[in-house]
Design a protein around this ligand. Structure first.
Ligand SMILES: [Zn+2]
Length: 217
């Protein structure tokens, strides 16, 4: 498959990838990079960035932790009336705090201490991909794509249980409360920052308020 935006080495690597049967990469995926770069050239040339002009401090002093779900990409900011420049939006699978010293918590602390954030919103959603995720099945998929079973075992014996690490949650509200608790009780968190918990309907954008953080500051 020819694509003028791919160098020979990348093209060759893709071919090798398929030949080795480590998994299937769709033909259309090979066009994404070229299409994105081509669009980007036009975007900059036509100065379409001008309408997004802002700075790095969030005008509404808000940080939002939410899920990487593609349905929320535009829906969430629209449904909350969040514009470019208003809020720090932190995303991961599930919109959860997995570890008190992981990247989501680090982002929250940077947002507060360095970027002027005064309010935290944690917004997971219904019908989340990480809810009831079968991690045993996921590890099987990894092995089908070339990850050695011995590696999974070695990690396990080194104290890293991949299945447990990948596991998301069974109940979105329970997971939300757990995330709020980790942030609220974090030793590096200022005590006067409200941490709100809301759950979004990924189809309508409707928010259910689960925890009003102002009640606890
Ligand atoms: Zn999700």
């Amino acid at each position: 498959m020819k694509n003028k935006y791919f160098g020979d080495s990348i093209k060759r690597r893709n071919e090798d990838f398929q030949e080795n049967e480590f998994g299937v990469i769709s033909e259309s995926t090979k066009y994404n990079l070229g299409t994105i770069i081509q669009f980007n050239r036009e975007f900059v040339k036509n100065k379409e960035y001008e309408k997004y002009d802002t700075d790095k401090s969030p005008d509404r002093k808000i940080a939002i932790l939410t899920c990487m779900d593609t349905r929320l990409t535009e829906l969430l900011p629209q449904a909350l009336n969040i514009k470019n420049g208003d809020a720090k939006i932190i995303k991961n699978a599930g919109g959860t705090i997995v570890h008190p010293f992981g990247s989501a918590m680090r982002s929250i602390l940077v947002a507060i201490y360095e970027l002027g954030v005064e309010e935290i919103y944690i917004i997971p959603h219904h019908d989340c991909g990480i809810c009831n995720l079968d991690t045993t099945e996921m590890v099987d998929k990894m092995m089908k794509r070339g990850i050695e079973h011995s590696l999974i075992n070695n990690l396990f014996h080194s104290g890293i249980d991949i299945r447990k690490w990948l596991h998301g949650f069974e109940d979105v509200e329970e997971s939300l409360n757990k995330s709020i608790s980790i942030v609220k009780n974090h030793p590096l968190m200022p005590k006067n920052i409200p941490i709100h918990g809301l759950i979004m309907d990924p189809e309508t954008g409707k928010l259910d308020l689960i925890v009003n953080g102002w009640e606890f500051v």
